[in-house]
Write a protein that binds this ligand. Structure first.
Ligand code: ZN
Length: 377
C-alpha cells in the first residue's frame, strides 16, 4: 500500500522483516531508502535489507517520514496499530512525485502568484498612499499566518515632493547562531505614475514580495543555523531621479539602523529580489554586486537546472542592494531588467498580471529559496 503514487518497491511493513535487528539509525535510513525508491536502490540488498550508503534526502522529506516512522516504530515495538490508510493521504500529498525533478520543491509558485494578484488589486502603492498601507497590512497578515514574527518601522522624510510617511516591514526568523544574520529584501512600493492609472507593478515590486512571503512560509518551519531578516522595503522608487533625498528610502533606513551600536548581530550578506516574474525570464546579477555571492547564486541556479535564466550582467543597476554595498556589506540584487520588448513594460501599464507567469516565478523563487538556505544552513 506504500507503493501508491510513490514509485516505491512493494513494501509491507508488517511482513517485511528487513529492519528486524537493525539499529534505530539503520532502521531510519532503511525506511528513507524505501521511500526514496530507485534513487537509492543500490543501497538496499536484493532481499530488501539495508546495506549502507544512505543518502540524506532533505528536511521536508524527513518531516514527512515522521508519520511513517511513528507508525512503524509502533509495530516494531508491538504497540497497537493505527490506520495506515488514514495517514497515507497526508504523506502522498506532500511527497516528491518526480524522482528526476531538481531538489527544492518547497517553493509553491501558485500560492506566491496569488499573492501578486492580491497585491495588484489595490492599484498603485507608491509611498504614503492608501495602496501602500493596504499592502503593508497584507504583508503583515501573511507573515502572522506563517508564524513569523515581524514589526513595522514607520518614519517621515522630506522628499522632493514634500514630507512622506514611509513604512518598512521587517520579519525575523532566528537561527541557532545568534552572531550573524542574512537580510533578504524586496520593495513593495510602486513608482508613482499619475498618468498611468492602470499601472499595478505586478513584476516591479510585487514579484519580489511574493517570493519573500513564500520563503517566509518555508523557512518558518526550518531549523536554521543563521538568522534571516526578511525586509519589505518602502520607497525604493524615486519620484524624479535617484539622489540622497529621492529613492531607496526603505533600504537606506534599514542599513542606517544596522549601524545602531545597540545592535549585537551582524548582517553578513544581503540578497535583494526584484522584477522576477516576467514571462520571458532573463535575470541578471548586475555589475558591482558582491562577486562571491554572485558566483554562488549562479552555481545554485546551475544545480537546479536553471542556469539559462540567470547570468552575471555587465551593467550597474541602482536598487535596494546599493545602500548595503555602500556600507561595505556584501550584497546582490537578482533582477530581470528586460521586461517586454526594449523593457517597454517597465514603469508602464504593461506591468500587469497578464505579462508575468507562474513558471517564471517558480524558477526565480526556487532558486532564491535554495540560495538563501545555502547561506543559512
Ligand atoms: Zn521600479
Amino acid at each position: 500500500m506504500f507503493g501508491i503514487g510513490l514509485n516505491l518497491a512493494p513494501f509491507d511493513p508488517e511482513k517485511d522483516g528487513s529492519f528486524k535487528g537493525a539499529t534505530d539509525c539503520e532502521f531510519r535510513s532503511f525506511i528513507k531508502m524505501k521511500l526514496r525508491g530507485k534513487d537509492t536502490a543500490e543501497a538496499v540488498n536484493s532481499n530488501g535489507s539495508f546495506k549502507g550508503g544512505a543518502r540524506m534526502i532533505g528536511r521536508q522529506a524527513e518531516f514527512e517520514f515522521k508519520f511513517i516512522l511513528n507508525y512503524l516504530y509502533r509495530i516494531r515495538r508491538g504497540f497497537g496499530k493505527i490506520s495506515l490508510i488514514l495517514i497515507c493521504p497526508l504523506i502522498l500529498s506532500s511527497c516528491p512525485k518526480n524522482e528526476d525533478s531538481p531538489p527544492s520543491p518547497e517553493f509553491d509558485a501558485e500560492r506566491a502568484f496569488q499573492d501578486i494578484v492580491r497585491m495588484t488589486k489595490t492599484g498603485q502603492r507608491h509611498s504614503g498612499s492608501g495602496g501602500a498601507l493596504e499592502n503593508v497590512i497584507f504583508i503583515e497578515k501573511t507573515l502572522s499566518e506563517a508564524g513569523v514574527r515581524h514589526f513595522r518601522d514607520t518614519w517621515e522624510e522630506n522628499t522632493p515632493a514634500g514630507k512622506i510617511t514611509f513604512q518598512n516591514v521587517i520579519a525575523r526568523i532566528d537561527g541557532s547562531n545568534s552572531d550573524s544574520f542574512v537580510a533578504l529584501g524586496a520593495h513593495y512600493d510602486t513608482k508613482k505614475l499619475d498618468h498611468c492609472p492602470d499601472f499595478t507593478g505586478a513584476n516591479d515590486g510585487a514579484s519580489g514580495v511574493a517570493i519573500l512571503l513564500e520563503i517566509a512560509r518555508n523557512l518558518s518551519k526550518k531549523k536554521l543555523k543563521k538568522s534571516v531578516e526578511l525586509v519589505f522595503f518602502d520607497g525604493e522608487e524615486c519620484l524624479y531621479s535617484y539622489s540622497e533625498k529621492d529613492g531607496l528610502h526603505g533600504s537606506k533606513r534599514y542599513v542606517k539602523n544596522l549601524k545602531d551600536p545597540g545592535r549585537k548581530r551582524r548582517c553578513e550578506a544581503a540578497v535583494i529580489a526584484d522584477m522576477l516574474a516576467d514571462r520571458k525570464l532573463n535575470a541578471i546579477i548586475p555589475a558591482g554586486c558582491d562577486p562571491f555571492l554572485a558566483a554562488k547564486f549562479i552555481k545554485t541556479a546551475e544545480k537546479l537546472g536553471f542556469s539559462g535564466y540567470f547570468k552575471q550582467g555587465s551593467i550597474q543597476i541602482t536598487d535596494d542592494h546599493s545602500p548595503f554595498l555602500k556600507e561595505g556589506i556584501p550584497a546582490v540584487v537578482i533582477i530581470d531588467f528586460d521586461y517586454g520588448t526594449n523593457n517597454l513594460f517597465w514603469h508602464s501599464s504593461g506591468d500587469k498580471i497578464e505579462n508575468i507567469s507562474v513558471e517564471s516565478l517558480s524558477i526565480s523563487g526556487k532558486t532564491i529559496n535554495s540560495f538563501i538556505k545555502e547561506l543559512l544552513l
